[in-house]
Design a protein around this ligand. Structure first.
Ligand code: CA
Length: 335
């Protein structure tokens, strides 16, 4: 039996030349709109034969830098600067983006935990299915721009799945240096995973992601890294013919290899961080105190790091529950 076709359809020609903007239509029949569709913004900028690149953000709706950067790119990028095709999807989980939320308010779906998706599932599953079955297979490279979102803040980083061959490894690390974030790290995503990183590997499409700053806001410095990085990647792929801005940072190449890189709240309460982003820590270093504001005479619980590493990510909201991620580490890349 052939695989079911996605119900999503673009109202623009993704293979056409010139600049086109429009919507991916996701049929959605609800009380206020019996025959309606959810309008997911999409743009295609193309000129002739050449590399095919997908730029996306808003995979998590509360990760804002990429959504701003890609909107600006749609307005600024001219077909005359392009060779091949650039498809731009600035708010991939559009219902989540409109709610300013990591997950969709319609179905609770976390797009980046929904791959390979389901053509007959809720909107989030359907978006994942469209990406995995139609968009990823038609491009050579996907850049998926994430950030810390509402609950985390990062030292701006690029990341990707640890490649399977030495050649692919050098290619991935070169692209991290070209993007020009302060850090770039490889992780070990299993091929059957629910993220777009795994979906891209399944589709045989080169992939890179980012973790820009986050914290529920946009900063000028993170945006500059995002906007410059996107243009540098497009230029390196041969898609952008005009000169991109030069990178402001040399990328320190890192890895994140297991659960011991993450530090979690051992109790619920008020989180007092003891460590700043960028710090070098050891196993056992106190990471934060969790204060019991219902019983403030109790000694606070101490969260400790499980291993040595560099702190690249920290939780933002002060109120925590047991199991919330407080920090995560990276260590220098070992090949
Ligand atoms: Ca994310």
């Amino acid at each position: 039996m052939p695989a079911a076709r996605s119900r999503l359809s673009p109202d623009i020609d993704l293979d056409g030349d010139g600049k086109q903007t429009g919507f991916l239509r996701l049929p959605h029949s609800v009380h206020r709109s019996a025959y309606g569709w959810i309008p997911i913004p999409i743009a295609a900028i193309g000129r002739g034969a050449g590399p095919r690149v997908l730029l996306m953000a808003g995979n998590h709706g509360d990760e804002l830098e990429g959504q701003v950067a890609l909107g600006r790119l749609i307005r600024e990028l001219q077909p005359g600067e392009v060779r091949g095709h650039v498809i731009i999807l600035p708010s991939a989980n559009f219902p989540a983006a409109m709610a300013g939320s990591r997950t969709s308010p319609i179905d609770g779906g976390n797009l980046n935990r929904s791959f390979p998706g389901d053509p007959g599932g809720g909107p989030t599953e359907q978006i994942a299915y469209y990406l995995e079955s139609e968009l990823l297979p038609r491009v050579d490279f996907v850049l998926d721009i994430h950030s810390g979102g509402s609950s985390l803040t990062y030292i701006p980083s690029t990341l990707g799945r640890r490649p399977d061959t030495p050649e692919a490894m050098e290619q991935a690390l070169a692209m991290m240096r070209i993007f020009g974030a302060p850090f770039g790290y490889l992780n070990d995503v299993p091929l059957d995973g629910p993220t777009i990183t795994a979906a891209a590997a399944r589709a045989g499409t080169r992939h890179m992601s980012t973790e820009l700053a986050g914290g529920g806001q946009v900063t000028p410095s993170a945006l500059r890294i995002a906007e410059g990085g996107v243009r540098r990647v497009l230029h390196a792929l041969g898609t952008l013919l005009s000169d991109p801005p030069s990178a402001e940072h040399q990328t320190r190449l890192m890895q994140v290899r297991g659960q011991d890189y993450y530090c979690y709240a051992p109790d619920g309460g008020l989180f007092e961080p003891l460590i700043e982003l960028g710090a070098e820590v050891d196993a056992g270093t106190p990471a934060g105190l969790i204060h019991a504001h219902d019983t403030p005479w109790r000694e606070p619980a101490t969260a400790r790091f499980s291993r040595r590493g560099t702190v690249i990510c920290r939780r933002v909201p002060g109120r925590v529950e047991r199991g919330d991620c407080l920090y995560h580490l990276a260590t220098d890349l070992e090949r």
